[in-house]
Design a protein around this ligand. Structure first.
Ligand code: ATP
Length: 254
């Protein structure tokens, strides 16, 4: 991949950097956030220590996946950003759909294809020195999902061979444009501008799901989509409740 080529194929006007290998693009941009003067997209050809939520890991191999992070500064504190992972899911979903790959969204932060995880989103934040908050938006997208990686994961995962055939710079530029548009809209209007589109892609609408905290059952109900703050709506025996995205996990009840 080539940074100058991605920059010129994109209309976002965002600085682009490509490195052959790093531990985690999120960790790299977070370490630089205090010095950043403008948004940056950092793409790693190979990421060796990709992160998920709550210390989980994201596995990827260079030929078979895309891993990148986008640092973006928002006005206000991190509490404004609670719906951001979901808005990013909508942006990725729409961009992938335009490229011919239909995906669904799993609350709060996963992109699924045919029921399996195709992409993960991890957002980490840091206060900006002069006010506001830097959000580092990490995306791992599987292009091909090899059997040995699936075996390491211990669960099935999705790939998108159709995208693997695309020119990588064109693909990254298309995703960057979709993300930059979404982040600008989010800054102006918040998650309310995305909730209807999120609900259209909701993978588990009307399914019985459980909310787990570290393996412990917290709640059970019918998944009814998300509200304008990005909270999951759950119809339980006691009525409708909302679930905040913390470190809880969502599972469909078999
Ligand atoms: P869960 O997947 O348990 O619902 P989560 O949505 O919070 O949790 P993340 O923290 O976003 O998951 O992502 C980390 C998890 O994703 C890992 O625990 C692993 O199960 C899975 N994973 C890691 N690498 C890949 C990959 N390349 N493709 C699909 N899934 C992956």
């Amino acid at each position: 991949m080539n940074a100058a080529s991605i920059f010129s194929l994109s209309r976002a006007g965002v600085r682009v950097e490509v490195v052959p290998e790093t531990g985690s693009t999120n960790a790299d941009l977070l370490a630089r956030a205090a010095q950043l003067a403008e948004p940056v997209l950092l793409v790693a050809e190979h990421q060796t220590a990709g992160r998920g939520r709550a210390g989980r890991s994201w596995l990827s191999s260079s030929e078979n996946s895309l891993t990148f992070s986008l640092a973006w500064k928002f006005e206000g504190g991190p509490q404004m950003l609670s719906g951001l992972p979901l808005a990013v899911g909508v942006a990725l979903g729409d961009a992938l759909g335009r490229l011919g790959v239909q995906v669904q969204l799993k609350w709060p932060n996963d992109v699924l294809k045919d029921g399996d995880k195709l992409a993960g989103i991890l957002i980490e934040t840091q206060s900006a020195p002069g006010g506001g908050t830097w959000a580092v938006i990490g995306v791992g997208l599987n292009l091909i999902m090899p059997d040995d990686v699936e075996a390491l994961l211990g669960r099935s995962a999705a790939g998108a061979p159709w995208l693997a055939r695309m020119d990588r710079d064109v693909l990254v530029a298309a995703l960057l444009d979709a993300l930059a548009d979404a982040l600008r809209l989010f800054a102006q209007q918040g998650f309310g501008a995305f909730s209807a589109r999120w609900n259209l892609r909701h993978a588990w609408q009307g399914r019985t799901v459980v909310i787990l905290d570290d393996g412990k059952l917290l709640q059970e109900g019918l998944a009814a989509g998300v509200d304008d703050a990005g909270r999951l709506l759950l119809d339980t025996a006691e009525g409708r409740t909302t679930v905040l995205a913390g470190d809880v996990s969502l599972r469909v009840k078999e």
